[in-house]
Design a protein around this ligand. Structure first.
Ligand code: G3H
Ligand code: 13P
Ligand code: ZN
Length: 314
């Protein structure tokens, strides 16, 4: 199947009320493991790379890094029976966003969410103009990716989370294709101190006012059994907490169509790798000691695709 525009995948998800996980990669091992999972589930696939991943792959050069990922993902997409898109995650530097567009990414994120509303609108508008002219779709973000504790004031809450009225205006002014509204999630393995709480009232309102595919960042579930396995083999990850699977399903019901996932894959890979290295200290062939790590990643990918309703939607 072809390499596709992310918009094609997400417009279908929006119309049919399901979500597609977007998986972050930095290297070929994760890519293979993710594609295996998506193929086994006959699911559409969104691969995403951060600016850090592009720097890593290009040894510091954004153009080299972006081209590496396009060649890898676009070339491979032609050989497999599922649609695959490649997305730039959290584009903050103009140079990286332009490198991704020029290299042939399917979509880019312009993340100007730390700036005041007007500046976010201006920067997003400028990228939308350039990207759309090249047939590339665009994601933007409103609000801050930060957990919100129960005891914060209404003002603090408003400063962190998306303002739905602004979201409606933002989409109209920028003509962005997908929007990531901050509703209480954060990146990494330590998202909540107590219970996982997302602001579904805001999410619902953002969907009503925009109608476009919405994106949930910081959406890893941080499965306890994987953290435990990694810790049993020498990792030291304590107090980790993610977004429970049933909470993700609720987010999908309120209109989320893209679910960003990086941390779960990192922990899955780490758990498998640590076990392999522990069990066979004599092994030095990476294809062998990466095997279990990749299998854990594939399993997480399959579970997410099923959970979010993307299985069978290729
Ligand atoms: O949004 C964050 C992703 O997990 C990528 O993280 O900047 O460490 O590659 P990174
Ligand atoms: P996690 O850290 O929860 O996997 O979130 C990843 C993400 O949002 C990438 O943009
Ligand atoms: Zn993110």
């Amino acid at each position: 199947m072809p390499y596709v525009n992310t918009k094609e995948i997400l417009d279908k998800a929006n119309k049919e009320y399901f979500a597609v996980p977007a998986f972050n990669i930095n290297n070929i091992e994760f890519f293979h493991a993710i594609v295996d999972g998506a193929m086994e589930e006959s699911a559409p696939l969104i691969i995403e790379t951060s600016e850090g991943a592009i720097k890593y792959a290009g040894n510091g050069d954004p153009f080299r890094g972006a081209e590496f990922f396009v060649n890898l993902v676009r070339g491979y997409a032609e050989t497999v029976p599922i649609p695959i898109a490649l997305h730039l995650d959290h584009g903050k530097n103009y140079q990286f966003i332009i490198a991704a567009i020029k290299a042939g990414y399917s979509s880019v994120m312009i993340d100007a969410s730390e700036h005041p509303f007007e500046q976010n609108v201006q920067e997003t508008k400028e990228i939308v103009k350039i990207a759309h002219a090249a047939g590339v779709s665009v994601e933007a973000e409103l609000g801050r990716l930060k957990g919100v504790e129960d005891n914060v004031s209404v003002d603090e809450r408003d400063a962190i989370l998306v303002n739905p009225d602004e979201a409606g205006k933002f989409v109209e002014l920028t003509e962005v294709d997908f929007l990531a509204p901050a509703i209480g999630t954060s990146h990494g393995a330590f998202k909540f101190k107590g219970e996982a709480k997302l602001d579904f009232g805001r999410l619902k309102r953002v969907k009503e006012l925009t109608g476009i595919p919405l994106v949930l960042h910081g959406a890893s579930s941080v499965p306890e059994e994987l953290v435990e396995l990694a810790n049993n083999y020498g990792a030291r990850i304590t107090g980790a907490k993610g977004v429970p699977p049933e909470v993700l399903q609720e987010a999908v019901r309120y209109g989320v169509n893209k679910v960003n996932t990086d941390t779960d894959l990192r922990i899955a890979f780490l758990a498998g790798l640590r076990k392999s290295l522990h069990d066979k200290p004599e092994e030095f062939d990476p294809r062998k000691y990466f095997k279990l790590a990749k299998e854990h990643v594939t399993r997480v990918v399959r579970e997410r695709l099923k959970l979010l309703g993307a299985s069978g939607k290729a």
